[in-house]
Design a protein around this ligand. Structure first.
Ligand SMILES: [Zn+2]
Length: 223
């Protein structure tokens, strides 16, 4: 085998390796497709999982501490621009989401519903918990601010949407279930569980898209 041919072979093998490797910089793991775990040629299992939960394969969700300043900024921004037409129509869009959400169902009955239905139920829960529409916009604004001031931000729109969805999702409380159990000695024991809908995967994408859509009128003011 001549020198040229072996170099060519080396190049081809390198290319093949690159394709079967997770695309996150520095990650040595095989992609899920290469590991025979489906058709995902981009990420390894770990980074796929991260991507599902956070909306970015590598950037973690913003922590409460990281959001302190952005939240303050968002509140101040809304105070300043609250009377504008843009904010008015964004708020109206949130109210439409509330109004068209149908009846809320307890979190433990969400199993089996599609992501779209789950997102609708999230809006119904927010409405029933009387979460002011301003808080939805404030969450979206805080994420925009966090992204703008984060040198390591994942700049793809999906990250922003998932981050906003996580904040909004958290505003809708879980379902509390209480029941009384008779004890053998005749006493009573109160059992309480709280069920929070899982906050990951496709429902966050749907919710995030709806939030971004509602907030669209004010994005022009942020430029
Ligand atoms: Zn990886």
């Amino acid at each position: 085998m001549g020198r040229d041919r072996s170099a060519e072979l080396r190049r081809r093998l390198d290319r093949l390796d690159a394709q079967s490797c997770c695309i996150v910089l520095g990650c040595p793991n095989p992609s899920r497709a290469a590991a025979s775990e489906g058709f995902d040629e981009r990420f390894c299992r770990r980074h796929h999982e991260h991507y599902q939960r956070h909306g970015s394969p590598y950037r973690a969700s913003y922590s409460a501490a990281e959001l302190v300043e952005p939240r303050k900024w968002a509140a101040a921004w809304l105070k300043l621009n609250g009377n504008s037409d843009e904010v008015g129509s964004a708020l109206e869009r949130v109210r439409i989401l509330y109004r068209s959400a149908g009846v809320a169902v307890p979190a433990f009955r969400l199993r089996g519903l599609s992501a779209k239905e789950r997102a609708r139920k999230a809006w119904a829960r927010l409405r029933d918990a009387q979460v002011p529409p301003e808080r939805i916009l404030a969450a979206w604004l805080a994420v925009q601010r966090a992204l703008a001031t984060d040198p390591e931000a994942d700049s793809r729109p999906e990250f922003a949407r998932v981050q906003a969805a996580k904040l909004v999702h958290r505003l809708a409380s879980g379902t509390r279930k209480t029941w009384v159990q008779e004890r053998l000695d005749g006493g009573k024991r109160v059992e309480r569980i709280e069920v929070y809908p899982r906050s990951r995967g496709k429902v966050l994408r749907v919710l995030g898209e709806q939030i971004a859509d509602a907030a669209d009128p004010i994005s022009a003011l942020l430029q």
